[in-house]
Design a protein around this ligand. Sequence first.
Ligand code: ASP
Length: 324
Amino acid sequence: MTTVLLITLGGTISSSADSGTPGVIPRSGAEELAAQLVPWLPDVRVVPRELRLLPSPSLTFADLFALLHEIDTARDVDGVVVSQGTDTLEETAFLLDVLGAGARRPVVVTGAMRDQDTPGADGAANLIAAVKVASSPVASGVLAVFADSVFAGRTVRKHSAVHADAFTASPWGALGMVREGSVHLPLSAAGGPTLPVPALADPPAVALISTGVDDDLRLLPGLAALGYSGAVLEGMGGGHVATTAIDAVSRCTLPIVLCSRAGAGPTLRHTYGYPGGEIDLLGRGLIWGGHLTGVKARLLLVLCLMQGWSGDELRQRFEQVAGA
Ligand code: ASP
């Protein structure tokens, strides 16, 4: 018999209608979710732990660090499943992975796209698959399981706001699948460089800004006065801005990470030489966003700033993780 700790945070997987509010809201805690699993997992003891009951856009860094603490201090469990809202599932998975939460046992993040009142609700199926992966001897590291696909925590991302198979790891792909109740993982989550867990401190504010045609990015230089400590800029294509934005980018005194708004594929480094191209912007001191989407780069920049890194050290440490 294996033991899996099920930590619940809320989200659609916990949601159903409440007569007092419009729409659905998170209402079912860990005990109720775990109870659904019993008939399907006779060989696994699932230990429920309700940490939060929130829609995932309301989760904070403090919640995520509390989650990390729960995982790190769990005793006598073979694996951990985290269930939460899908809106920020990729952020949880990335943060746990970068902070090494899967070093001792597999940690699997999952959720649902259809709430408990919707026909074809996918919560139970995703949870069952996630527990199977978390208790599997072939699983390791931080993973995400959704619609029977297994993804690396570092690369998973939500690519649909509505579909039941809302997750992808494009351009890398999935690591494996759960098929007919058994786990198939031909690829392993090798992870990548990790960061030390930051000492608890208020996380610095990092802005995430996307840009488009004819945008002069005039808001950038004002970010420092608003109390931001850094920014992530999602450039067009390989990481490009309009010529008219170069002045604002140069006047911004904060560390800026350059990503691509395309969603899949790295920020370029050595291809385009025109003003506002990635060579120009990186030459002006922007930090290379590597393979990270803007959402993940924002998390990584927060974690790096929490270490107290700045200047060349910040660039070097950030790029080492982002480019791996
Ligand atoms: N739409 C979300 C979900 O799938 C809601 C949330 O992220 O909490 O769970």
